[in-house]
Design a protein around this ligand. Structure first.
Ligand SMILES: NC(=O)C1=CN([C@@H]2O[C@H](COP(=O)(O)OP(=O)(O)OC[C@H]3O[C@@H](n4cnc5c(N)ncnc54)[C@H](OP(=O)(O)O)[C@@H]3O)[C@@H](O)[C@H]2O)C=CC1
Ligand SMILES: O=C(O)CCCC(=O)O
Length: 484
């Protein structure tokens, strides 16, 4: 298969492919078939320490390069990724399960972060501020934060690495990345391409491991790591925050979501249905910004459920390489068990499934697109991140009701609503307690826009011109004694 060209089995530390210090390996499994793709280095705490040491040694020379030099290397990295986008997409689909077209979209999305931050590297402007003293000026410069550790999830095995590594490198920071155990291969391929592009040794390190706690502990407590950037569950985000407390780590945390998706009775119904399909079923519902709770105003509730169910029923479930497939497998048996539990709980509390509600006959990890109607307001599916292709649809009365329901969550990542009333659009966009709001749009992600949440969905922003700031420190320099 073409992806053999980008398949690497060893961890990547200090610019070299290495076995783990104890020689152990773990298996990477294809979730669609259950087959082992390959065995790879199972790194230990010692390997994590080595990676941090190599990043520390690389810090000064990498930060000392001009922004233009870093930009040129990163541009070459972008070009190599795009040149191999097809192989990278096949590798991603094989280890993660998402349909090939979606994987290709992710490779391009990830590459766009490399391109974007290569350009942003040259715009790390400071400020010159008038001082209250006549013979002084206030200068503000931006400097790299230091060695960065990144811990990433399996749902976007390429883009979540690129979204962290690209701003780190652009800012002048070396990075040590621990990819998810389920999907380490895309990370290794990206790092090897960075090497080909001329990224010096130690600037990117990939510590593959099945020992998340042991390796994570080192990455999040080590005194030579200045910053930790994490994407994953709120539960692990809390552990990372606690671990970082002793050495006051800078933190970027992209955590869980519970996105409300609101359809007002003045909405364009077809547009709302298409938005819900995209928002809910992308990546089989395994995205932190996926619509988790769909609120529809009473007057159009039945019409919405009918149209949404008819279109969702057409989505084909299957392996990533089958034609016209829209939904791949879930990542593992725990994910399927969680979805089954949430659906059972909702049905026990009075909901009914208009479509789906069960596993697909495609295999153990495949779950059918599911729509639940008349979901009770105390169902678990409305409180917890579903991370599967299940859409609970709930009726609401009026605008105030919709806002109260939408904000009734400890999460605050994304929210969506559909309305044609301009006044309502402003009111609701301002009232939603979310970091990201889609108005008449079901997918908001874009490299140019800041991605991140409020409340317990996290800290910091990724992407956009704000995204570089997470990897920079401000230094204030008072330039005094200027009078003759
Ligand atoms: N915001 C988001 O994008 C995501 C949200 N989630 C939510 O989390 C749920 C569980 O998914 P899961 O994959 O278990 O998410 P986790 O938060 O457990 O995993 C995310 C990353 O953290 C690592 N990790 C796990 N435990 C520790 C630890 N103690 N210290 C440091 N790193 C650690 C994981 O490693 P390893 O893979 O080796 O366990 C992985 O690299 C999902 O159902 C979903 O609700 C999950 C993924 C992404
Ligand atoms: O689930 C995530 O954390 C990644 C979201 C991908 C994106 O849309 O940017």
């Amino acid at each position: 298969m073409a992806f053999d060209q980008v398949l690497h089995q060893k961890a990547f530390i200090n610019g070299a492919s290495v076995d783990s210090s104890d020689g152990a390996q773990f298996a990477v499994i294809n979730p669609a078939t259950g087959e082992t793709i390959t065995q790879i280095s199972d790194c230990t705490a010692r390997d994590a320490e080595k990676a941090i040491a190599s990043a520390k040694a690389a810090l000064k020379p990498w930060a000392a390069k001009t922004a233009k030099e870093r930009c040129e290397i990163m541009r070459r990295w972008f070009d190599i990724v795009i040149e191999h986008e097809q192989e990278l997409a096949e590798l991603l689909s094989t280890e993660q399960g998402k349909p090939l077209a979606e994987a290709l979209g992710e490779i391009r999305y990830g590459a766009a972060y490399i391109e974007w931050f290569a350009e942003e590297a040259r715009r790390t402007y400071g400020d010159l501020i008038p001082s209250a003293k006549g013979d002084a000026r206030i200068l503000v410069m931006k400097q790299p934060v230091g060695v960065v550790a990144a811990i990433t999830p399996w749902n976007f095995p390429n883009a979540m690495i690129a979204r962290k590594a690209a701003p780190a490198l652009a800012a002048g920071c070396p990075i040590v990345i621990k990819p998810a155990e389920d999907t380490p291969l895309s990370a290794l391929a990206l790092a090897q391409m960075a090497k080909l592009a001329g990224v010096p040794e130690g600037v990117i390190n990939i510590v593959t491991t099945s020992k998340a706690q042991e390796v994570g502990q080192v990455l999040t407590t080590h005194q030579d790591v200045a910053k930790v950037s994490f994407t994953g569950s709120t539960e692990v985000g809390r552990i990372i925050m606690r671990n970082g407390a002793e050495t006051i780590k800078k933190l970027s945390l992209e955590l869980g979501g519970n996105a409300p998706f609101i359809v007002f009775d003045d909405a364009d119904l077809d547009r709302a249905v298409d938005g819900a399909l995209m928002s809910k079923y992308r990546n089989s519902g395994q995205t932190c910004v996926c619509a988790n709770r769909i609120y529809v105003q009473a007057g159009i509730y039945d019409a919405f459920v009918e149209k949404f169910s008819a279109k969702a029923a057409e989505l084909k479930v299957g392996g990533a390489f089958e034609s016209d497939v829209a939904l791949g497998p879930l990542i593992n048996t725990e994910a399927v068990a969680k979805v089954e539990e949430l659906v059972a709980d909702a049905i026990e509390k009075g909901a009914s499934a208009t479509i789906g509600g069960s596993k697909s006959d495609k295999g153990d990890l495949f779950y059918n697109p599911t729509i639940l109607r008349d979901v009770s307001r105390n169902a678990r599916v409305l409180r917890e991140e579903i991370f599967g292709p299940v859409a609970p649809v709930i009726k609401f009365k009026d605008e105030a009701d919709a806002i109260t329901l939408a904000n009734d969550s400890e999460f605050g990542l994304a929210g969506y609503f559909f309305s044609k009333d301009l006044g309502r659009v402003w009111r609701v966009a301002e009232a939603l307690e979310c970091g990201i709001v889609g108005v008449n749009e079901g997918v908001t992600s874009a490299v140019e826009a800041p991605f991140g949440g409020v409340k317990q969905s996290g800290l910091g922003r990724e992407g956009s011109h704000y995204g570089l700031d997470d990897y920079l420190e401000l230094k204030y320099v008072l330039m005094g004694g200027l009078a003759e």
